[in-house]
Write a protein that binds this ligand. Sequence first.
Ligand code: SF4
Length: 316
Amino acid sequence: MDQKAILNYDEETVRTLGRQGYHFVGTHKHSAVKTCLWLWKSIRGEGNCYKGKFYGISAHRCIQMTPSVFCNQSCLHCWRPLEAFNIETNKREVVWDSPAEIAEGCMNEQKRLISGFKGSPRTDMATFLEAAEPKHVAISLIGEPTLYPYLKELIDEFHAREMTTFVVSNGTKPEVVREINPTQLYLSLNAPEELVYKKIAHGDYWSCIMESLDELSRKECRTVIRITCMEGMNMLNPAGYAELLKHANPDFIEVKGYMHLGYSRKRLSRDAMPAHARVKDFTNEIVDCLDAYRVVDESEISRVVLVSNSSSERII
Ligand code: SF4
C-alpha cells in the first residue's frame, strides 16, 4: 500500500488503548479490534445486544473493529482520547496496511481473544463454537473508517468470507459513502443545524455531511441514521432533524442516549446522559414531524429507540 497518513499518536497512547481493551491488528497500528461486553454475555447465554434485537446480529459472532483509530472530528461525546488521534495533526507518518492483512488480522485476533472462554464453566460450548466462526463485522469501534483509503476493498474482503458488515461513518467523506456497499450503512447525525454541529463535533464538515445524507438516499444497501442525544447540547429543534432525515430517507433511525464513558467523561458531565424516557420523548418529537416513520422498537438498557421507514422495501 503506498498511500500514507500522518498521525500523531505515540507508543504511550498505543499502550493506553491496549489497557482499555483495544487490540491493534496489522503492521502499522491504525486498525484495532475490541470485544464488547455483549459478546461475553452472549457466549454465556446471558443476553444479546440491541443490534441482535433490532437487526438479528448475534453478538458472539460479531467482530467489532476499525481500520482507522483516528478521526477528523473531535466530538464532545467521543470515547477516544481525541488529542492523540486527530488525523489533522502532523507528527508521525503511517503507511496503510492492506485490506487482506487487516481482515486476516481481525479474524485471528478475535479467535485469540475468545479462546480464554473455552475453559470457563459459565461458557455455553455450542455458542462458543459458533463464536469461533464470526459471521458479522461491525466497522464502528472508534475513529472514522472512511479515512482508510481501501474501505471498499476491506468490506469486499469480509464479504468474500461470507460475513455481513455494518459501517458507521461520521459522513465527512461523501465520496467514500458513495462508493462503499456494506450490508448496512450508518451515518451519524448529531445536530439539526450547522451551529450545533460545530459545537459538538469541532469540525468544519457540515456541507460534506449534507452531501453524504444525499448519497445515503441513493444507496442500495440498508441505511440507518444514528442520532446520539446529549442533554443540554443537541436535543433541540426536532423539526430540523426531521428535515434532514426526510432528505436522507434512511430505512431506520436510531436515536440513542449519550453514555458517560471513556474519555468523553473529561468533556461532558454525567448530566449530559439522558434517561431512556427522555430519549423516547425526543424521538417521538422527531417522528411527529415525519410522515413515513414510526417507532418500532427500543432497548432501555442501551437507551436507544428504533424508528423505521414504512415506505422502505429493504426492511427485514
Ligand atoms: S466522529 Fe466518531 S470517532 Fe470521530 S470524534 Fe466524533 S464520535 Fe469520535
